[in-house]
Design a protein around this ligand. Sequence first.
Ligand code: GTP
Ligand code: MG
Length: 571
Amino acid sequence: MAYILRKILHRRLLEISFPRTFQITLSKMAKSKFEYVRSFETEDKLDPRHWIVVALQCRNYDRFSEGQNLKRPNDLRFIQLVEASIKAVMEDFKELVLGYGFAGEFNFVFPKSTTLYKRRGPKLLTNLCSLMASSLVHKWPNYFGSEPLCFPPVIEGTVHLFPDDQALRDYMTQRQLACHYCNLYNTVFWALVLQGHTLEDAADVLKGTRESEQNEILFSKCNMNYNKEDDVFKKGSIAMRTWKQATVSGPDGLTTHRNHSCIINMYKDFSKDHFWKEEFLLEQPTKANAKTSYLKAFEKKIALLPHTWIVVRIDGKGFHKFSERHKFAKPNDDRSIELMNKAALKVMQHFPDVVLSYGQSDEYSFVINRYSKMERHGNKIMSSIVSLFAAMYVYNWNNVFENVTLEYSPAFDARVVLYPNNSCLRDYLSWRQADCHINNMYNTCFWMLVQSGNYSRREAEEKLRGTVSKDKRAILLNEFKRDYDAEDALYRKGTILFRHDCASSTTSLKTTFNLSYACDELKKGNSSNEAYSVVKEHTDIIGDQFWTERPWLLGTEQCAKTVDDLDNFSQ
Ligand SMILES: Nc1nc2c(ncn2[C@@H]2O[C@H](COP(=O)(O)OP(=O)(O)OP(=O)(O)O)[C@@H](O)[C@H]2O)c(=O)[nH]1
Ligand SMILES: [Mg+2]
C-alpha cells in the first residue's frame, strides 16, 4: 500500500479540486495509534549519478528446465518467451535503456539520471521482478501452446550501482561471458548425451575442462563446430531502447515531430568496442577489460538484523486502473480477493519461514519468523516472495476470473520492514487491519449511496466528507437498513493466513527455503504436508484474543529454545 501520508495528502488535493471516485483512505487514519510503525520503514534510495542494474535470476533454473521438459541445450520457445517478457518490462518501465537475458537470468539497466520512484532500490527491483514473473506466466501459452506451466518462476533479484561507464560495460561483458561458458558447457554436455553417453559419463568427460578443451571435445567427438552455433544461444538476448522521430499530424492539419522509443532485439558482443560506440553510446571512453572480479563490491545489499521480525509487504501497482480495466465489483470483488489469497497461500507453502500473512485490497504482508535461519538478504527475500506472488496471481487468473481475459501482466512492489519485538509486530498488523476497516467502511457507504441511484459520486462524496465511523454506521442503518457489523468479515477484517500449530512452525524452521514445489502441488494449490498446513481466517487481530489463543505464532522462549536446538541440524 502506498504510504498513508501520501494518500492523505493526495486525498486533500482531491478534495480541493476533483471528485473522488473510489477507495479513499480517510484522514482519520493519520490519528491511529498504530501509525508510528511507519517509522520502521526505510526508503533505501540509491546513490545519484550511478547506473542502476537490476539483476534477476530464476531460482533453480536447472530444475525448472528439467521439470518443464525444455529442449536441451536450448529451447527456442523459452528464449522467445524471455525476449517477449523483457520487452514487456521495458515497455512498461520506459526509463529502462537496456535489457539482457540468457537461460534463467535477466538484467535491466536504468540510466544514471533516472529519478523513477525517487531511486528507491526495493521499489525498482520488486516492480521489475514481479512484472518479469507475471509476464513469463501470462505469455507462456503464446510459446508453449497447451503444454502446461508446472513450475511457478521464483526470481531472486539484486541491485547493482555502477559509478562509471567502464563498470557498466565490464558488468554486461561479464554476464555475456557467463552466458557463453554456460552455453558452451551445455552444448558439449548434451551433444555427448546424444552420442550415447549417460548423464554421469558426460559430466565426467567435462569435469575440470577449460573452454579450449570443451571446444575440442565438441569438434572431435561430436563433429560440431561451436562457432557455427546460433548467436542467440552464444551471446544471449540484448534488448535496447532506441528513439525514433515520428511525424504526427494533428486535428488542425499541422504536423509535429515527436520522439518515440521502441525496443529492438540484437545478439551483439558486449566485449567489443562496436557495441558501445555504435549501438549503445556511452559518454565516457571505455575499453575491453578482462578483469571483472572488482564488480562484486558494487552490489547494493540490504542486510537484515538477526532476531528481528521481517515483514515483506507487497502492493499491486496501479490496481485502481487494473481493477477498472478488469471490471472488478465495487467495493469488493470476491474473485480478486480469492486470487490474492491463493497467491499468498502459495507463498506460505513455498517459504516455510513465513509464519503468518495478512491481506486486504491489493496488498499482502508476509511475516517471517524472527529466528529464521534464512540468509538475511533483503533484496533476495523481497524479490523471491513478490515474484512467486505475481506469478501465482496470473497462473490462477483463468480459474478464478473465468470469462474475463487478463488484459496485461500485473506488477506488485514489495518492501521489507524489520520489527524488533512482538509488540511492534502486532502494532504493524493492527495498523494494516485498521486501514482495511476504515477503507471498507468508507467504500461500503460510498457505493451503497451511489448504487442506490439517489446520489452521484460527487454527492456521495460530499455526504461522507468529514464523517466519522458512527455517522457512516448510521447512514447504512437508516438509509439502507444495513448493520455494518453484519457485513461479511472477509471485507471488514481482511484475510489472515497462519500456520496451524507450533509443531508445524518448528518444522518449517528446519526446512528453511526448502524448494519443494512440484507440478501437482502447483495444481492442487494446497498441500497435505503437515509442515505446510495453513489456516485461513477473517477475524480481529487487533485485540489480544487471536494471539493468546495461538501462542505459537509470535513465539515464546520455548520456541526460541527450539531454534537454538536447530544449530544441530545441517541446513
Ligand atoms: N473495484 C475494486 N477495486 C479494488 C479492489 N481491491 C483493490 N481495488 C483497487 O485497488 C486500489 C488499491 O489502492 P492503492 O494500492 O492505493 O492504489 P494503486 O492504484 O494500486 O496505486 P499504487 O499502489 O500506488 O500503484 C484501490 O483503490 C481500488 O481501486 C476490489 O475488490 N474491487
Ligand atoms: Mg496498489
